[in-house]
Write a protein of this length. Structure first.
Length: 219
């Protein structure tokens, strides 16, 4: 499935917009760290790196398990153990699970086990009617924290957090975050920053980047 030029998510507690990397604004805060390592050589998305001028980090070893949709995510540091449900985009709008404790996997992104590309998971930070979301404490993650994704085939893939960045929603997210080529990595997206009561929306998107660390197969 080709990467879309424009993707948006609109719901209580979460709003994600993807626009041209030429206009995306990186709003660095004191809590941001590391260097996001995502890139794309595909003609369907811009090739500009989200952090221009920084030295690229060599890709980690490629996965050795068969590609398969993600089914479960565990983040021990945050006490997160959530089911993952596939979400699609319709007319440029990316869906998310109704349950704030369920994490969404964009089916247009890479599958865990793919040798390249971003596995993109999005989730609620909270809900006005149902409380905290699965990614409420995402900004508490530190470099080196473990994230384990279990696939529909029962294979487990462990990732280590490498970076966290904040992006102003008014300008959106760099499309390179959604690349199906480039280094195999994990991208987690939720809301952050100040809450605007007039729009019932947070002002920023928080993105956590993680690189593949360990894979284990049930076969």
């Amino acid at each position: 499935m080709p990467i879309l030029a424009y993707v948006s998510v609109s719901l209580v507690g979460l709003s994600i917009c993807v626009v041209s990397a030429e206009t995306a604004v990186h709003r660095r805060s004191a809590s941001d760290f590391g260097t996001p390592v995502v890139s794309s050589t595909s003609s369907s998305v811009p090739t500009r790196d989200p952090s221009p001028g920084r030295t690229p980090v060599a890709p980690r070893p490629t996965p050795r398990v068969p590609p398969s949709p993600p089914a479960r995510i565990q983040i021990p540091a945050l006490h997160v153990d959530s089911v993952i449900a596939p979400v699609t985009s319709v007319n440029g709008t990316l869906g998310v699970p109704e349950d704030p404790m369920t994490v969404g996997w964009w089916v247009g992104a890479a599958e865990p086990g793919s040798r390249s590309g971003s596995v993109v998971l999005d989730g609620h930070v909270d809900s006005a009617t149902r409380g905290l979301g699965a990614f409420f404490h995402l900004t508490s993650l530190s470099a080196g924290d473990l994230i384990t994704v279990t696939t529909a085939h029962g294979d487990s893939m462990s990732y280590r957090v490498t970076a966290r960045s904040s992006y102003d929603k008014r300008s959106g997210l760099p499309p390179a975050l959604f690349a199906t080529d480039g280094p195999a990595c994990l991208v987690l997206i939720t809301c952050g920053g100040s809450f605007d009561r007039s729009t019932s929306s947070y002002q920023d998107n928080v993105v956590v980047f993680a690189s593949l660390a360990i894979t284990s197969s049930t076969s």
